[in-house]
Design a protein around this ligand. Structure first.
Ligand SMILES: [Zn+2]
Length: 300
């Protein structure tokens, strides 16, 4: 009898120890490989895809998908595979923020050919400022091909709004053509779902930010903001950050990039204003989800 009692005590002890150990298992041992988004709660998801030095953002809402930029040439396979893993079968919107290759390279060399496209939005550039790069030529060919297959191609007009499932986005820029610096011709937009706003300004630098500040003021406010121009010091000015009042800033840049992005100045500006910073060069692809009331980072 006594022996049996001892055995039972041992079994209970062993069970308690096993439970305690399981709760201390490192997070990564239990984490799923793909970002897990609670579809029942989140109505909007944003994926800042790690394409090295470049920009590429997938936004999904209510079964619709939008891609803002496609990274540099060479990212097309990574981007296409990522989109397919997120069950993207069609891109309802593709925004090509401006003609630099770290934004349209992937679009021109594979992404636009890989999916049926609904509407392509790009900045209007006057004939004298039209880029002559091979990548831009190829991008225009892809757009022409998409149009043949039924896509619409429109020039960005600040103030225009579009619907993406239950979410909507409003174009806030470009407000005027720069021409000398394509960064300032970037398509900027504010995506919203309920009370949640996300601001993305492409590579817009100080002059474009200043114009948006004057035009939109408090309407720029957003909980999440993607730092303009990969966190360069010529963007995300203190004035602009104070107007947007983001809780978090996302910086899309490559590890050890030769441009020095993100600049220590921008990181310091964010820190001084109590804004948290997430970086694709350090954290890899960043996923956010929103229910229209709050927005949170989905960790893998
Ligand atoms: Zn860029």
């Amino acid at each position: 009898m006594r022996k049996r009692k001892q055995q039972r005590t041992f079994l209970i002890l062993a069970a308690v120890v096993a439970l305690a150990l399981a709760s201390y298992l490192p997070q990564w041992l239990r984490a799923p490989a793909q970002p897990r988004v609670n579809a029942g709660v989140a109505q909007l998801t944003l994926h800042f895809i790690d394409v090295g030095q470049g920009d590429c953002t997938l936004i999904q809402a209510g079964g619709q998908s939008m891609l803002i930029d496609g990274g540099e040439r060479g990212s097309e396979e990574l981007v296409t595979n990522y989109l397919k893993a997120q069950n993207v079968e069609r891109l309802d919107y593709v925004v090509a923020t401006h003609p630099h290759s770290d934004h349209i390279g992937g679009l021109a060399y594979g992404v636009l050919e890989a999916f049926p496209v609904g509407t392509i939005i790009a900045p209007r550039l006057s004939q004298t400022h039209m880029p002559t790069t091979q990548t831009y030529e190829r991008f225009l060919q892809c757009v022409a091909q998409c149009k043949q297959e039924g896509a619409q191609a429109v020039f960005a007009r600040a103030g225009d709004t579009y619907e993406l499932g239950p979410a909507r986005f409003q174009l806030l820029g470009p407000l005027q053509e720069d021409g000398r610096n394509y960064n300032n011709d970037s398509v900027a937009l504010r995506l919203s779902l309920g009370e949640v706003g996300v601001l993305m300004t492409g590579d817009a630098e100080q002059p474009a930010e200043k114009r948006m500040l004057a035009e939109w003021g408090e309407a720029l406010r957003a909980q999440l903001m993607k730092a303009g121009h990969h966190g360069s010091k010529t963007s995300s000015t203190e004035q602009f950050l104070r107007a947007v009042q983001p809780e978090s800033v996302v910086i899309s840049c490559g590890l050890y990039n030769t441009y020095g992005h993100p600049s220590p100045e921008v990181l310091a500006r964010c820190k001084a204003l109590g804004i948290s910073v997430c970086r694709t060069d350090i954290d890899g692809t960043l996923v956010f989800a929103s229910d229209g009331t709050t927005i949170w980072r989905v960790t893998e």
